[in-house]
Design a protein around this ligand. Sequence first.
Ligand code: NAD
Ligand code: TDX
Length: 352
Amino acid sequence: MCQVGQAGRFGLPLESNGMELLVTGGAGFIGANYVRRTLETQPGTEIMVLDKLTYAGNATNLAGVDAELVVGDICDAGLVQGLVDKADAVVHFAAESHNDNSLDNPRPFVDTNVMGTFTLLEAVRRTGKRFHHVSTDEVFGDLALDDPNRFTETTPYNPSSPYSATKAASDHLVRAWVRSFGLRATISNCSNNYGPYQHIEKFIPRQITNILDGRTPKLYGTGLQVRDWIHVDDHNDAINLILERGRLGETYIIGADNDHVNNLQVIRLICTLMGLDENAFEHVADRPGHDMRYAMNSTKLRQELGWEPRFTSADDGMRRGLAETIEWYRDNEAWWRPLKDAVEAKCAERGQ
Ligand code: NAD
Ligand code: TDX
């Protein structure tokens, strides 16, 4: 079932560098950072982005970037097939990605995360193209706070929310297409990302923009929940390593060893870095079914492919990464300002 990947880029021979990538969801947070980072670290790569530009996508995330943006839906089989035919490899980020939204209305999550992934897999199956599926730690469910274990590639799936259930379903589809049809695919499961261009509905940018906007930062429940935070560039570098040298059919866990930091500590750090008292936040209603702790064991990725995060916990990398991220939101108010009132109104409806 699992073939050993060849030595060149995207599992193809080395002489075929300068290839064309189809990046789904490339106008969203991680996808746009991926496009930017790939063009910077691997010049000569041609990139086509397929993005529906939902509320979470923004064409300006790709401003000044030498990539083609095709606005469309990954569920549109005809459109997808035409683009897959032109590409050498597909990197699949497109998804509905916010847990709180999936609790309000799960339907778009099933459509995009399950049916959209299915549509891509079928197009890739017809052409034999290389496929990388971007997934999340949440497919494994959560760990208790006192559980010393971390998620590995063999941890059983146990998703909690509609979002994580649809991501789990999409991972299962990819594995089934590998085994049944010999799809040349890899999967990565990464922990919580932070960095520039993240939608302000998410924890870290919501608090940064709350402070910039003179609002009080909002912590769900006790804040004792742990997320294994990773800088978005470290995630994207890992994806490119897997695309180049990962073994076909394999899954790789991506994480930067920040599983000792809880939400309370993160919100206090943001307050402090932004010149407020560390307790200048308020507790708000908790998320129903709130996962307690995520923790990633990325030994396989590190040992097999030599990946190391740049923003490590050892050298206080999270503080450094957060400080840079705060500066980005400070410098890019025009980017987030139009979204702020609507995001806060929606949170207020939920008591958050
Ligand atoms: P995001 O919500 O910021 O961006 C998603 C992008 O997908 C948007 O540009 C949106 O317009 C696009 N999109 C949505 N539905 C589409 C459709 N039907 N057709 C085409 N485009 C569509 O999400 P993100 O945080 O950048 O996450 C990207 C991927 O990484 C997702 O698959 C997510 O599950 C995964 N992931 C995210 C994190 C995280 O911390 N954010 C961690 C691990 C894995
Ligand atoms: O205002 C907030 N206050 C708060 O305390 C928000 C928005 C969140 N939180 C808490 C909930 C979580 O414990 O912060 C933590 C992080 O929340 P989110 O940013 O919503 O991320 P999470 O639900 O952990 O999921 C994220 O990581 C895994 C991404 O959104 C997913 O796409 C990814 O798969």
